[in-house]
Write a protein that binds this ligand. Structure first.
Ligand SMILES: O=P(O)(O)OC[C@H]1O[C@H](O)[C@H](O)[C@@H](O)[C@@H]1O
Length: 548
């Protein structure tokens, strides 16, 4: 069954929120804290290893009540059931959206077109386990009898970002294998990766849901040719593995059946790290850790599916994001993890969030008359504090931010960790309270400055504060907790798509550039240039004339 369609701006609670926004848009959060000692308690959720404090938002109890009612009015409950049940909610591609099935328990039963898909998921999981165990232990060897030392993941988009982000995030749990990622069609990328590799001890994993992606096929072909310079065709079978839905194309590439890992069209590329697309993760940290990642995601799935909306982390975070995006006209959201391990996390979420909800046509085929997907950006703290925090603190834009931190560090260095976390807490406090004129004056007066200098400096040193943040405080960066964290954002995407009445699981917007690139490649490689606008034409002529 399709998701119910609505225009969010016509919903009663959307309009009630509009009126409410007029009443509280200038409200100062610090006054709300001063007048209500129970505020932090009221606006926080404790779940397993997670403690989510969303009290530093420009909301009152009434705001939350209206947002929760908006979710109900948009039939979110019904939508969640359809999502988990495998209804074909990706209507423009006629597909179910079942990344959640990839981490379902073995005894679960999830049907697509009358077939329970859980047994085949477990079959592939078993294959991932056997393959990774054999490579890690050295039982599976290269064609000259040497154990593998290096893995190269060849993929792009969802076939790169998820495995790359998780492999980096779980570096602490890594084994001896060196894992590399080649994604860009830029030949310098692939050359830089292979230049120091020994083909005898390197395993290549080609990952492409469609197996038609130009970048991945070009990189795979380049690597194959490079490999064949020191080995014969027969050796391909022991050095290349592939993950795809397109099994005939894999066969054409000459990959041994043993090394082929299927996936399914009901898994969106950007949500695919839980499938065999995560093979490089399993190779890097071992199958048990990969499975823990999946278990953590499954725990978050259960929370999302079963918890009441007012204690439901993905629902609350999605509603807050809508509150800023659609009522305060905030355009972007920052994601700031306070751990270097998550340094690819916002890049990963950029695809997840922006490819899903960057849509302007609603589920009825009409142009929307409201804002949809937010811009996502971020870098780890504390580095980001020394880079772009100036703009968040004193710029003209409202940038709601998620601060993600861990109570316990992995290497157990308390000295560093306490400093890191002191910054983590200090930033959200500073963003909340800012610094008033009176506070700045007191500080400057204490410095023994003359009045004229004080007056001149004063406005620059004031911080308005009142900048919203969510604090996601997690016990420790374990595979389980990482899985839950990723799943949290996946479900946030879903909730927002439901309320905005858009299709979150297609990505037609990436097609046009691909098509034109194919045409332009012909222009570049032939003597003639086809018809283009004068700018593109001039650029192509200039490029061709000066290419040596
Ligand atoms: O895995 P592939 O089929 O090679 O696709 C790789 C990527 O291609 C496109 O850019 C899609 O928009 C992405 O969602 C996808 O992850």
């Amino acid at each position: 069954m399709p998701l119910q369609s609505h225009n969010p701006t016509a919903l009663n609670h959307w309009n009630a929120l509009k009126d409410h926004f007029e009443d509280i848009k200038d409200i100062e959060m610090k006054k709300l804290f001063a007048s209500d000692p129970g505020r932090a308690e009221e606006f926080s959720i404790k779940w397993e290893d997670f403690y989510v404090d969303y009290s530093k938002n420009r909301i009152t109890g009434k705001t939350l009540e209206l947002l929760l009612k908006l979710a109900e009015e948009a039939s979110l409950k019904d939508a969640i059931s359809k999502y988990f049940a495998g209804d074909k909610i990706n209507e423009t591609e006629g597909r179910a959206v079942l990344h959640t099935a990839l981490r379902a328990k073995k005894e679960a039963s999830i049907s697509i077109d009358g077939t329970n898909v859980v047994p085949e998921i477990y079959e592939v999981k078993q294959k991932i386990k056997a393959f990774s165990d054999a490579v890690i232990s050295g039982a599976k060897k290269g064609h000259t009898g040497k154990a593998f030392t290096d893995i190269v993941n060849i993929g792009i988009g969802g076939s790169d970002l998820g495995p790359a982000m998780v492999t980096e995030a779980l570096k602490f749990y890594k084994n001896h294998l060196h894992v590399h990622f080649v994604s860009n069609v830029d030949g310098d990328h692939v050359q830089e990766v292979i230049k120091n590799l020994n083909p005898e001890t390197t395993l290549f994993v080609i990952v492409s849901k469609t197996f038609t992606t130009q970048e991945t096929l070009s990189n795979a072909t380049t690597i194959r040719n490079w490999f064949l310079r020191s080995a014969d065709e027969k050796a391909i079978s022991s050095h290349f593995a592939a993950v795809s839905t397109n099994l005939p194309k894999i066969a054409e590439f000459g990959i041994d059946k043993e090394n082929v890992f299927p996936m399914w069209d009901w898994v969106g590329g950007r949500f695919s790290l839980w499938s065999a697309v995560g093979l490089s993760i399993s190779l890097a940290v071992g199958y048990d850790n990969f499975d823990r990642l999946l278990q953590g995601a499954n725990a978050m799935d259960e929370h999302f599916k079963n918890e009441d909306f007012d204690k439901n982390i993905p629902v609350i975070l999605a509603l807050l994001s809508i509150w800023y995006n659609n009522f305060f006209d905030a355009e972007s959201e920052a994601i700031i993890p306070y751990t270097q391990y998550l340094n690819r996390f916002s890049a990963y979420l950029q695809q997840g969030i922006m490819e899903s909800n960057g849509k302007s046509v609603d589920r009825n085929g009409h142009r929307v008359n409201y804002e949809t997907g937010t811009l996502i950006w971020g870098e780890p703290g504390t580095n980001s504090q020394h880079a772009f925090f100036q703009l968040i603190h004193q710029g003209t834009k409202l940038i709601p931010a998620d601060f993600i931190g861990f109570i316990n560090s992995l290497h157990g260095d308390r000295d560093h960790h306490n400093k890191l976390m002191a910054n983590f807490f200090a930033q959200t406090e500073a963003l909340l309270n800012g610094k008033t004129k009176a506070e700045v004056l007191e500080e400057l007066n204490a410095k023994d400055m003359d009045d004229a200098s004080i007056e001149k400096l004063l406005p620059y040193k004031v911080f308005e504060g009142n900048k919203p943040t969510n604090t996601i405080l997690i016990d420790r960066l374990t595979p389980n907790n990482l899985g839950a964290l990723i799943a949290l954002y996946e479900h946030k995407i879903f909730v927002q798509g439901v309320i905005w009445n858009i299709f979150s699981y297609d990505q037609w917007g990436v097609e046009l550039g691909k098509q034109l690139a194919n045409n332009i490649l012909v222009d570049i490689e032939s003597d003639e240039i086809a018809k283009h606008d004068s700018s593109t034409l001039n650029l192509l002529k200039f490029f061709k004339k000066n290419q040596k």
